[in-house]
Design a binder for this molecule. Structure first.
Ligand code: SAM
Length: 176
């Protein structure tokens, strides 16, 4: 999986702006495409973004700097998401974007429930995996875990989800 699509980036900006986000967590910095989209939608906000690969974050930092984003608005943390996320504060974030290791997506949702304030948004990119999630014959590990993740979100009484056909699928869920 690469960066989010242009349509998904536009949706991230729209969502962040719509809820007047001030604090967001991004799980999977990559080269900064979604970081920039989120920051575009939260002009007064701060993004905390996690990635295992420092060189990805260096590339992201260059993208953000080139776009005129001050360093203080993007806290880039190099590390494994499941080690970093438990250190972030409870109910302190307006939006969490899940876009890192697909095999850990269920755990990312569990962590997001703790991190999001009431009314905050969970966003999962690549949620339809270019049609593989809907293909009952596809039993790839990534695809099976994404189905389990979507089911966990749908079953949660704390989340109100909608699955959007943007990019290769984006799940947005509001935290009760
Ligand atoms: C699909 S890319 C992210 C793309 C980025 N969100 C964008 O749209 O520009 C996934 C990223 O997750 C990172 N990643 C993979 N496993 C991870 C983990 N366990 N913890 C944190 N980051 C991880 C990879 O290094 C990669 O940069």
């Amino acid at each position: 999986m690469g960066a989010v699509s242009p349509g998904t980036a536009a949706l991230l900006t729209f969502l962040a702006r719509t809820i007047d986000a001030r604090t967001a967590v991004e799980i999977g910095t990559g080269a900064g495409v979604s970081s920039l989209a989120l920051l575009d939608g939260m002009p007064d906000g701060t993004l905390t973004s996690i990635d295992t690969e420092p060189e990805h974050q260096s590339a992201a930092r260059r993208v953000l700097t080139d776009a005129g984003i001050p360093a203080r608005r993007a806290r880039l943390i190099a590390g494994a998401a499941l080690q970093v996320l438990p250190k972030l504060s409870d109910a302190a974030y307006d939006l969490v974007l899940v876009d890192a290791d697909p095999l850990e997506a269920v755990e990312y949702v569990e962590q997001s429930l703790r991190l999001l304030r009431p009314g905050g948004l969970l966003v999962i990119s690549h949620a339809l995996s270019a049609g593989r999630v809907a293909d009952a014959g596809n039993e790839d590990d990534d695809t099976v875990i994404m189905r389990e993740t979507l089911a966990a979100v749908a079953d949660s009484s704390d989340l109100s989800p909608v699955l959007l056909p943007v990019g290769d699928g984006v799940l947005v869920a509001r935290r009760a």
